[in-house]
Design a protein around this ligand. Structure first.
Ligand SMILES: [Fe+2]
Length: 297
């Protein structure tokens, strides 16, 4: 495992050697993806195999990094040429070194895979390829708190663009101005019952909205809770504050663009990092698959 830091700074890189990745995959050869779906204990067996391959220190190092306000972001690279099953095993091994991941969708699985293709009218905003996906944090409902989130790039075909966009609240030049703005009031974060997505989410959430100001501080850390699709204002002034806030974060010169090759993942602290995605360049054969997991420390 090679360690590195980029931009002086917040993102910690873990680059694993091919031998380490292959040792891990050989050790868990007998565990298949069906086992992982149905037998939670096997997920932790993968974590054990990963530590044997990369060294026991990795668990502590990763967890320290994710809780550290000065960082809170790790990029892990396992090499290219891995199958989808290999990558599901790797992501499972890593996530279970942090904590048990939350359910990801109506199927009850602990990970979700999103495929983006050339499509101008996809079902979810996340899948719209040709616009920037706006900066946000994950977790909306009261029963859906998110401390950490993982995104692993599984596969790309005819892809140009589509990079991760990231902003750490400590880097955002206008944080204090917006934090102290009278418009930064407690807001409802949820989904209106008439929304077409309500019945999808209801299968794995009580749908009870959470309430929080978009910007709040805890232990002198700058924190944020925001998804433009799931914040429900009650007044014109609240809506105007949301619009000003969103414009300001999107225009921050500290938004980073990070390209993630297949076989790599990014893990973020969801309280002080916002994430999004830059648009893809139009291509009729565009395909990109990404796996996500998230959970609480
Ligand atoms: Fe997200």
């Amino acid at each position: 495992m090679k360690l590195g830091t980029a931009q002086q700074d917040r993102i910690r890189y873990y680059e694993f050697s091919q031998d380490q990745t292959l040792d891990f995959l050989a050790a868990c050869h007998d565990i298949n993806i069906h086992d992982l779906h149905f037998m939670p204990y096997k997920r932790y067996l993968l974590s054990g195999h990963l530590l044997e391959a990369v060294g026991e220190d990795f668990q502590q190092s990763l967890n320290k990094c994710l809780r550290d306000y000065a960082s809170g972001c790790a990029i892990l690279a396992f090499g290219q040429g891995l199958t989808q099953d290999d990558q599901i095993k790797i992501s499972t091994a890593v996530s279970h070194l942090i904590s048990e991941p939350a359910v990801q969708g109506p199927g009850g699985n602990y990970y979700g895979i999103t495929k983006i293709v050339d499509d101008d009218n996809p079902k979810f905003k996340l899948m719209f390829p040709y616009e920037d996906f706006s900066l946000h944090t994950d977790g909306v409902f009261e029963d859906n708190p998110v401390d950490w989130l993982m995104m692993m790039k599984l596969r790309e075909h005819q892809v140009s663009g589509g990079h991760s966009r990231l902003l750490h609240m400590a880097d955002w030049e206008a944080y204090d101005i917006f934090h102290d703005d009278p418009g930064n009031q407690s807001l409802r974060h949820g989904l209106l019952e008439k929304d077409g997505r309500y019945n999808v989410f209801r299968k794995f959430s009580t749908m009870e909205p959470s309430h929080s100001a978009i910007l709040y501080k805890r232990d002198s850390q700058r924190r944020v809770k925001f998804v433009d699709q799931y914040v429900i204002p009650r007044t014109i002034n609240q809506a105007r504050f949301i619009a000003r806030f969103q414009l300001a974060i999107e225009q921050s010169r500290h938004v980073r663009n990070v390209a993630l090759p297949p076989g790599s993942m990014i893990i973020l602290n969801n309280h002080f990092w916002m994430h999004g995605r830059s648009k893809f360049e139009r291509h009729p054969q565009l395909e990109r698959e990404q796996l996500r997991q998230y959970g609480c420390f």
